[in-house]
Design a binder for this molecule. Structure first.
Ligand code: GLN
Length: 456
């Protein structure tokens, strides 16, 4: 596994390979297995997005600011997955502080899409998606603030789930926008995601927004049939702005669902057009506050050669953060400043409520929603990273779900020009079990998820 990871360095999917730790944990797993242990994830190699703190293993968040940061503790997700038997093999590349949709904002360089190495893998969990797609690891973790699990899963042809807000602990996750961030699994299949989510989910008293509710048996839940399932088709998702061939792939996928006994229902999310602007006020506002901690004093990068404290802050933050992170900090600081707070931040909070209410109304008529994850297949490296707005519009279908706190999953649904296309399934609050079931049934009758990019 470690050998394969090293041999495929050209993808740039990893920031750190934890070779010693992996061998040590694998040995412990072998011993446990020899002693009769039989947990489903025992000995399964996993890569963690480099936003999860890993005790003793460098955790950079793909930023110069944290390029040498070695956390003294594990994130709850890392701890729980290890307890389930997973072996941590590596930390995956990502957009800096998870800000991006193409993995091009990483201090450690862009990740390449295994289906076409001139294309982006999506972001921000692009390293995890590329690693799973290239079969370098069977599963990986990601985080999703506005689409960062689902969009790279779609662009790399893997399955990725963003759980409901509160289902998975955020403790030890480097914060971007705390009211939106959620960790989740990325793997080849919904079945693998069910096993990984079972290990990750659950109440954690170290995260004040963690939910103290029972975790269903996601694996047992995969089996139910889809007879009578009502799939909501969002009018606004099948409109202009989405590549027609992407919609054609989705229409075929929906026919597959009708064959499995599901019924299609038309629904509308009238406020979804406001989601991207709303997100680009709220997420930067929260980020500007969360990233205030990187001041060169307590940990992380500190500039050399400064005159006084003020100069040290300026140089440290000026040199430690990349351009996209700085842009977000400035937008957020502006939106929260006296005089603009009501016009931007409070207004965006009101919009967030309207967007969430749209979903509540849609779910009166259906059980899940299905549509595109992303408006186009993977785009070329270097074409959108100079235009922030065109980059931000990639998440037009994923962002509303984070604003509403709902679970959503992306699964491979077909190909356009040899590039994978993802279908997004959106569920009611805490209904991730149903999403896994609905995705699993599709994967029983299709093989899009089983295709492997040439050379891997
Ligand atoms: N692409 C979005 C952004 O740049 C979402 C990122 C994420 O989900 N972490 O903010």
């Amino acid at each position: 596994m470690v050998g394969r990871i090293k041999a495929n360095g050209a993808l740039n999917a990893f920031i750190t390979v934890a070779e010693d730790l992996a061998l040590e944990q694998a040995k412990a797993a072998d011993e446990a297995r020899a002693a009769g242990a039989a947990r489903p994830l025992l000995g399964v190699p996993i890569a963690h997005k480099d936003i999860f703190c890993t005790a003793g293993v460098r955790t950079t968040c793909a930023s110069r600011m944290l390029a040498d940061f070695v956390p003294p503790y594990d994130a709850t997700v890392v701890e729980k997955m290890r307890a389930a038997g997973c072996v941590t093999v590596a930390k995956t590349n990502m957009d800096e502080f998870a800000m991006g949709s193409s993995n091009e904002t990483s201090y450690f360089g862009a990740v390449r899409n295994p289906w076409n190495q001139d294309r982006v893998p999506g972001g921000s969990s692009g390293g995890s998606a590329a690693a799973v797609a290239a079969r370098l690891v069977p599963g990986a973790t990601g985080t999703d603030t506005g689409g960062s699990i689902r969009q790279p899963a779609a662009l790399c042809g893997v399955t990725g789930l963003k759980p409901s807000y509160g289902r998975v602990s955020r403790f030890g996750l480097i914060a971007f926008a705390s009211s939106l961030d959620q960790a989740g699994p990325m793997a080849q299949t919904a079945e693998d995601c069910a096993h990984l989510l079972a290990a990750m989910a659950g109440f954690d008293d170290r995260d004040a927004t963690s939910l103290d509710v029972a975790v269903p048996d996601f694996v047992a839940g995969l089996r139910g049939d889809l007879k009578g399932l009502r799939i909501g088709i969002v009018k606004e998702h099948f409109a202009e702005g989405v590549e027609p061939r992407v919609l054609a792939v989705l229409r075929d996928a929906l026919r597959e669902y009708e064959g499995l006994g599901a019924r299609l229902v038309d629904v509308s999310l009238p406020n979804s057009g406001h989601a991207v602007p709303c997100y680009y006020v709220l997420a930067p506002a929260e980020a500007s506050s969360n990233l205030a901690r990187y001041d060169g004093v307590r940990y992380g990068y500190r500039a050399e050669g400064y005159r006084d404290l003020e100069d040290m802050y300026k140089k440290t933050r000026g040199e430690g953060f990349g351009p996209e992170v700085k842009r977000r900090i400035m937008i957020g600081t502006y939106a929260l400043s006296a005089g603009y707070y009501d016009a931007y931040y409070v207004k965006a909070l009101k919009l967030r409520r309207l967007i969430a209410d749209d979903f509540t109304r849609a779910f009166e008529h259906c059980d899940v929603l299905a549509g595109p994850t992303s408006p186009s297949p993977a785009f070329a490296l270097g074409v959108k990273n100079t235009n922030p707005v065109s980059m931000y519009l990639n998440d037009i279908f994923t962002i509303p779900i984070n604003l509403a706190g709902l679970p959503a999953l992306s699964l491979p649904a077909g190909f356009v020009d040899g590039l994978p296309i993802g279908m997004q399934l959106i569920g009611r609050y805490l209904d991730e079990g149903r999403l896994l079931n609905v995705a699993h049934k599709f994967q029983e009758v299709t093989d899009w998820h089983a295709r492997v990019p040439a050379g891997f």
